[in-house]
Ligand binder design. Structure first.
Ligand code: SF4
Ligand code: SF4
Length: 278
């Protein structure tokens, strides 16, 4: 079962929930799709046994074949091409590797070359397979890294997908094939506004989902209203606890404490009982 863990913004406890859920599930796979800032490995501390580069195909121009018609520049919707000093010029970080410019060139003056944009590391942390994607600094296109990361996701067993924060195309790519979406939110007015965005996203994708309230104070609960209105169950509440913040700060795991192990076990059982998909 693939469980995607997402939140409307960074810092809500998405990775905290993901890694503790992966440990609770024992022989699971943890995929860190938060490729701009992957940090699950800080908690799981895997031993890396394989590294692979992520490359995309980008255009390269043959100046002898190019007649300067500029059709490729007009075609590129990502503004990755410009005409400078009488020849096409590529802003490689903006290229989405669509191959369109190559197909449209009537002089066959464009061919493709591979360009590295990130890497994937595979390792083991006890019984957990830890696969981490990292976008190289200065790169703008995370989706190919996430695609390559998910391509090798096992189809059996429990797979935890630690999604990027927010509700952009990278999150859509991360949840596309998931069986269940777990939405992590803080019980604040800001938290609720961010939660609304991911609720809208998972509804659009017709995903089965549930909410985890993190840093729950039991004083105010704006999430309950949204959960009821959206017909999404609140599956777990993780209390606001300074001890937990300290465990997190030193890269520890909450489930090593029996009190939290019980919360995460209960959460996993509820997700598995839901059966996943929609
Ligand atoms: S479409 Fe081909 S011929 Fe025209 S400017 Fe681009 S590379 Fe040159
Ligand atoms: S491959 Fe696509 S995105 Fe990249 S430069 Fe060509 S048209 Fe633009």
């Amino acid at each position: 079962m693939q469980i995607a863990v997402l939140s409307g913004k960074g810092g809500t406890g998405k990775t905290f929930v993901s890694v503790n859920l992966a440990v609770t599930a024992k022989n699971s796979t943890y995929l860190d799709c938060d490729v701009e800032e992957p940090n699950g490995h800080l908690f799981l501390k895997p031993e890396i046994h394989e590294t692979e580069a992520v490359e995309i195909a980008v255009p390269e121009f043959d100046p002898d074949a190019c007649d300067g018609c500029r059709a490729c520049i007009r075609f590129c919707r990502f503004n990755a091409l410009a005409f400078i000093k009488e020849k096409p010029y590529l802003f490689a970080e903006l290229c989405h590797s669509c191959s369109g410019c190559m197909l449209i060139c009537h002089n066959h003056a464009i061919h493709e070359v591979n360009r590295r944009i990130g890497m994937i590391e595979k390792g083991k942390s006890g019984g957990i397979s830890v696969i981490t994607g990292t976008l190289d600094s200065g790169e703008a296109t995370s989706v190919p890294v996430i695609r390559q990361l998910l391509r090798d996701a096992p189809t059996e067993g429990t797979v935890i997908i630690d999604c990027p924060p927010g509700s952009s195309c990278t999150v859509m790519e991360s949840i596309r094939n998931s069986d269940f979406c777990l939405l992590v939110a803080e019980p604040t007015l800001f938290g609720i506004e961010n939660l609304k965005l991911v609720v809208q996203l998972v509804k659009t994708f017709h995903k089965k989902c549930g909410i985890v309230v993190n840093k729950d104070t039991e004083i105010v609960d704006p999430i309950k209203v949204l959960a009821n209105e959206s017909n999404i169950p609140v599956l777990a509440r993780i209390p606001y606890d300074q001890g937990l913040a300290e465990i997190n700060a030193r890269g520890g795991l909450a489930v090593e404490d029996k009190k939290y192990e019980k919360i995460f076990r209960g959460l996993l059982v509820k997700i598995e009982k839901s059966g996943g998909k929609s």
